[in-house]
Design a protein around this ligand. Sequence first.
Ligand SMILES: CC(C)(COP(=O)(O)OP(=O)(O)OC[C@H]1O[C@@H](n2cnc3c(N)ncnc32)[C@H](O)[C@@H]1OP(=O)(O)O)[C@@H](O)C(=O)NCCC(=O)NCCS
Length: 167
Amino acid sequence: MVEALDCRIRPAVEADLPEMEWEGEYTQYRRVYRHVMEEMQLGRRLILVAECDGRVVGQIFIQFNAHRADIHHDSLSAYLHAFRVRPSYRNRGIGTRLIQAAESVLRDAGYERVVIAAAVENLGARKLYERLGYRVYKSDPGCWSFIDHQGRLRRVNEPSLLLEKWL
Ligand SMILES: CC(C)(COP(=O)(O)OP(=O)(O)OC[C@H]1O[C@@H](n2cnc3c(N)ncnc32)[C@H](O)[C@@H]1OP(=O)(O)O)[C@@H](O)C(=O)NCCC(=O)NCCS
């Protein structure tokens, strides 16, 4: 039997940043996370975290007013990314709650459309998004780069599908 979880979804605070690196798996994104946290102060982005049993076990980032050409639309659109839940907390509805909380923030802010990406081979994530009403509209080469915690340029090539949903 799966135990009931004492879990809440809330905006991230500075003190969450170390926990968002897990046990080192995501340390390479330290500068990215800090930058997003700064953008959060400017109202351009929002990080939502799932706090369960007193620890941060999941996250989703909202990029408001996404300007990327492949995401942009006549309807006011936002982009969800950096979506993850710690393995031992998966399949208990936390990912669903994170997406629904993000959609609720966007609906309240007058957004009409939301976009999320799934790596082509990530059939589990795609299935979850489709169950929540997202539909594939485009494939994307998934090429982007970032500066890691040691100041090195990292390039990512992760062919993906873009999925959209009207709120
Ligand atoms: C994708 C990810 C964030 C989903 O998180 P999650 O917390 O496991 O998501 P949920 O529990 O809401 O949904 C997962 C499945 O559990 C099922 N589920 C939902 N609530 C449940 C509950 N209370 N009890 C049991 N199962 C449940 C859902 O039906 C869902 O199945 P489906 O996808 O076949 O519809 C997580 O698997 C993850 O971190 N993966 C690695 C990173 C990743 O791939 N991120 C996405 C980037 S594209």
